[in-house]
Design a protein around this ligand. Structure first.
Ligand code: HEM
Length: 415
């Protein structure tokens, strides 16, 4: 299913949704409606719901809901297979975000299959490599401390707005070359796009983001700098400049992928720590184990999913899936697979290392993974150094917003 990135066209296989649009080859016995990520049962306690799925769902089932029907994979090995076999599981049309069919573009690099995909990743490798990211650590640490300075004496804060969000979003905007003053506007747009079940609301957020980013791209075309957007604008692929839809599709996808994933992860972790003070003491007592601690927290608090489209018929666990079917690996559920992570609901900082799928895997594994890991590590180190004991504010009601990135909306804390 080779696509031409210079001539974007809407996907051949449209999105299907609801009971009336179940393909004939789907066996009745495999149809479910778990309603991830917006069902009330899921939203009541998303990660507990997902951790329990291995007891109640077959390894492959067909999810039917009003937002989109697709096969769902919950076994770690099956997700790995999906992520490593683009010849079956294509990324063409695999994202749920709406676009104008008359002004179509691909989200880059996520919607481009190998081998073309690598050419785009190569443009930003120098920015997101482990060494490049490590060079940011002093800056991230200083920012974490500046944020903590602002609220530590108050003995309380709303974690998301005071720390969890401004830390990674500021780092991200700086990398991209976007103005810090517009931080809250960007977050609002991204939240509307990623957390709405209403296609019209998603489309309106898309349109606001699009007009703004098009202006920024025009600006960086005449006034280059060393930040990510400018690098994309002035990059070449196959010795040619990128087309306007390629540049736009690349910039907008980074905006979507990089903005709220880190703070959703931080929110989940801090909510858990606030309810488990002994685990804070454990983290503090073993500072040399920080990398394993971060990896285990990423396993238990995985926030997002991987969607693909079948480029050819494929069979898994005896289930016959057909070309054109959509497939989703429920990464958080796969990270609770008891065949790979014994006692998966336990947070065990000394677990034997196995590949955690928080950042997916294969060619499309998260480009921001090294940065995200570093941000989580520094956030834990600096927060726990200065606020080693904290708890949830009495009476706080925790709510989860529906959407493709799973985390509590607000986490009020006291110490
Ligand atoms: C804890 C934070 C994060 C998580 C959990 C996360 C998760 C993921 C996952 C699961 C994918 C693969 C999606 C798929 O296979 O369909 C992905 C891809 C991607 N992520 Fe992240 N992400 C995080 C942070 C970031 C950041 C900070 C950035 C950018 C600054 C970023 C940029 C990207 C990009 C560009 C891709 C597409 C890679 C490709 O298609 O080759 N992510 N991310």
């Amino acid at each position: 299913m080779a696509i031409d990135p210079t001539h974007p066209v809407p996907p051949q296989f449209p999105r299907i949704a609801g009971r009336d649009q179940i393909p004939a080859h789907v066996p009745e016995a495999l149809i479910r409606s778990c309603n991830i990520p917006f069902g009330p049962e899921f939203l009541a306690a998303p990660h507990a719901f997902m951790a329990d799925m291995h007891a109640h769902y077959p390894p492959v089932f067909y999810e039917v809901n009003d937002f989109g029907n697709s096969w769902q994979l919950i076994k770690h090995a099956d997700a790995m297979f999906m992520l490593r076999h683009p010849e079956y599981f294509s990324n063409e049309g695999a994202t749920p975000f709406p676009r104008d069919p008359d002004d179509y573009f691909y989200f880059i690099p996520i919607e481009i299959d190998p081998p073309d995909h690598r050419k785009y990743r190569a443009i930003l490798d120098p920015v997101f490599s482990p060494q490049a990211v490590l060079a940011l650590q002093d800056k991230i640490r200083a920012l974490a401390n500046e944020l903590i300075d602002e609220f530590i004496d108050r003995g309380e804060c709303e974690y998301t707005t005071a720390f969890g969000r401004p830390l990674p979003v500021s780092v991200f905007l700086d990398l991209m070359g976007l103005p810090q003053e517009k931080r809250d506007t960007f977050v609002d747009w991204a939240m509307q796009l990623l957390h709405s079940q209403d296609r019209a609301a998603m489309a309106s957020a898309m349109s606001a983001i699009s007009s703004y980013l098009k202006e920024v791209i025009a600006e960086k075309t005449v006034t280059p700098d060393d930040r990510v957007i400018s690098r994309i604008v002035h990059a070449t692929v196959d010795d040619r400049p990128m087309t306007p839809p390629e540049i736009f599709g690349f910039v907008i996808f980074l905006f979507i992928g990089g903005l709220d994933t880190v703070f959703a992860t931080l929110n989940n972790i801090w909510l858990w720590l606030a309810n488990n003070p002994a685990r804070c003491r454990e983290l503090i007592a073993e500072p040399e184990n920080i990398d394993n601690q971060v990896e285990e927290l990423l396993r238990v608090w995985t926030v997002t999913f991987s969607g693909r489209m079948l480029a050819q018929d494929c069979e898994l666990h005896g289930v016959k899936m057909k070309k054109g079917d959509r497939v989703t690996s429920l990464l958080p559920v796969c990270n609770y697979d008891p065949d790979v992570f014994p006692n998966p609901k336990d947070t065990d900082f000394h677990r034997r290392r196995k590949p955690v799928l928080a950042f997916a895997g294969g060619a499309h594994s998260c480009m921001g993974a090294h940065l995200a890991r570093l941000e989580i590590k520094i956030a834990l180190q600096e927060w726990l150094r200065r606020i080693p004991e904290f708890s949830l504010k009495p009476g706080a009601a925790i709510e989860y917003r529906p959407g493709g990135v799973v985390g509590p909306e607000a986490v009020p804390l006291v110490w």
